[in-house]
Ligand binder design. Structure first.
Ligand SMILES: [Zn+2]
Length: 497
């Protein structure tokens, strides 16, 4: 359906999202833009389409037409969004794709000799392998909001074309939180496993609960007492690859065999989430994984072994599995590729993600936090997130809580009752009606003031309660949540060295 990506994303009533395709779509896919700051990849009835995401691109916005009831588009936004999320723009034959596959071949060769290499040699080889990361034009470094921009621009275009004041939708996060953040820990080695207790102490000192991804085979033993401690302390357990040899997706047959074992460990650990080694992924094979959610796809993969990225900072469904994208730079890349021991880059990424009301998701390995300098950086990150939470700016949650919420939201529906919109569906008491409006020609979001005053929420001890002094930023009044940066030009590939 032409409007399904928009409806899934905003959960707005279908009557507000009436699109039709104009003209005949091109046979081939290519790059074009939808306004100045949203790059699209796919088929389009306008043109010409480009093979690379650089230089002058055809702007499909000028071929959007409207009559009273419907918006005519020269492309199918649902197809374009899927091409981005599934990284079809990075398929073999195009610039990014060719580089990506050459790198994957190198990476496999590297993994086969990796156990024999000293850490310093490994770091050196990884830096060589990633040395051209600053030249990758698309997605946008260090945060890519392409999916959010395309969908936001569609809403803005609908508002302009239909001459309506506002479009109701279901707010992205529970209890009106402006955005969401989560911390995940991949346990790589026995030393990392042995450090997990201390890491839980560290997280607990900032009232942070996080998830631990465990490698079930070959890397280290997984005693029941280890799993029990994580669970009993209120942290979450997920499965991290099978044996972390970097070959999970090498071929389909082997993947299916490994997926069976991975699923078995998932049941044994009572884990609902999965992450592959080194963020390798092939979303087309995910139907074999028996997990509720996955966390193996970066938003922008410049510093990952598998280049690409889903170009979004929001969860999305891959069949029955919910993808919770990795939207912040991994600690390993920060410390050992970029050589940075500060939270500057993470703070910049969180600021940009929060502008789009997205999910800030971090991978921090216990293995690397054994080093005091890295640990201090992580403590600064925890303090920063704790501060955002105390100001009501972010919902800090476990991955499984994000998964549960996003699944519940995907079942919710906006229904008109009299003059009001109400939300029906599971957990609707946590959901908020929001409105998309135009402010000075730019898209902005407003929360329903009725709901906010009827159900005043406050923040206390990491939980939302119904009475007390302080209130999360968006709940107390019909306040304008900051406009999406739709009209802003952003620099591609900002330099961070
Ligand atoms: Zn790992």
């Amino acid at each position: 359906m032409v409007n399904s990506a928009l409806l899934d994303y905003y959960r707005c009533p279908e009557t507000f999202a009436d699109f039709t395709l104009t003209g005949n779509l091109s046979g081939d896919s290519g790059y074009f833009q939808f306004g100045l700051d949203a790059i699209c990849y796919g088929q389009c009835s306008g043109g010409p389409l480009a093979r690379h995401a650089t230089g002058e691109l055809y702007d499909a916005l000028r071929d959007v037409g409207a009559d009273q009831n419907t918006l005519g588009l020269p492309f199918n936004p649902s197809e374009i969004i899927a091409n981005l999320r599934y990284e079809r723009y990075a398929s073999s034959g195009h610039e990014v794709g060719a580089r990506r596959y050459a790198k994957l071949a190198l990476q496999r060769a590297y993994y086969s000799v990796r156990p024999l290499l000293m850490v310093s040699v490994r770091k050196y080889l990884q830096r060589i392998q990633l040395r051209d990361w600053k030249e990758v034009p698309f997605p946008n470094w260090p945060v890519d909001l392409t999916v959010e921009r395309i969908l936001g621009k569609l809403l803005a275009t609908l508002l302009k074309a239909n001459l309506i004041d506002r479009i109701p939708f279901i707010w992205f996060w529970p209890n009106g939180y402006p955005s969401c953040a989560m911390i995940t820990h991949d346990v790589e080695t026995a030393a990392g496993r042995n450090f997990c207790s201390r890491l839980m102490n560290l997280d607990d000192s900032c009232r942070m609960k996080s998830s631990f991804q465990i490698v079930p085979e070959d890397r280290y033993s997984v005693p029941q007492s280890f799993l029990d401690e994580i669970r009993l302390r209120g942290f979450e357990i997920n499965v991290h690859d099978l044996n972390h040899d970097g070959r999970l997706f090498n071929n389909r047959e082997q993947f299916l065999l490994r997926a069976e074992r991975i699923n078995r460990y998932g049941r044994e650990y009572k884990a609902s989430g999965f992450r592959s080694a080194a963020l390798y992924h092939n979303l087309n094979w995910y139907d074999a994984l028996d997990f509720s959610y996955d966390m193996s796809v970066p938003s922008v993969g410049h510093l990952e072994a598998q280049r690409g990225g889903c170009c979004s900072v929001m969860p999305f469904f891959v069949g029955k599995i919910l993808e919770l994208p990795v939207t912040a730079t991994q600690d390993y890349s920060l410390f050992h590729i970029l050589n940075q021991y500060s939270t500057d880059l993470w703070r910049r990424q969180v600021a940009q993600i929060m502008e789009a009301h997205g999910l800030a998701s971090f991978i921090v390995h216990p293995d690397y936090l054994i080093e005091a300098r890295a640990r201090d950086t992580y403590k600064s990150l925890l303090a920063f997130l704790e501060n955002l939470r105390s100001e009501g700016k972010v919902w800090l949650a476990l991955p499984r809580e994000v998964n549960e919420w996003w699944r519940a939201r995907s079942q919710m529906k906006l229904v008109c009752q009299g003059n009001n919109w109400v939300i029906e569906g599971p957990q609707n008491d946590r959901a908020r009606v929001a409105y998309a409006v135009l402010e000075g020609g730019r898209l902005a979001y407003v929360l329903d003031s009725h709901q906010a005053s009827a159900r005043r929420m406050v923040f206390r001890n990491g939980q939302i309660s119904s009475s007390a002094a302080r209130q999360p930023g968006v709940l107390t009044e019909s306040r304008l949540i900051q406009a999406l940066p739709l009209g802003l030009e952003t620099k591609r590939n900002e330099q961070i060295f």
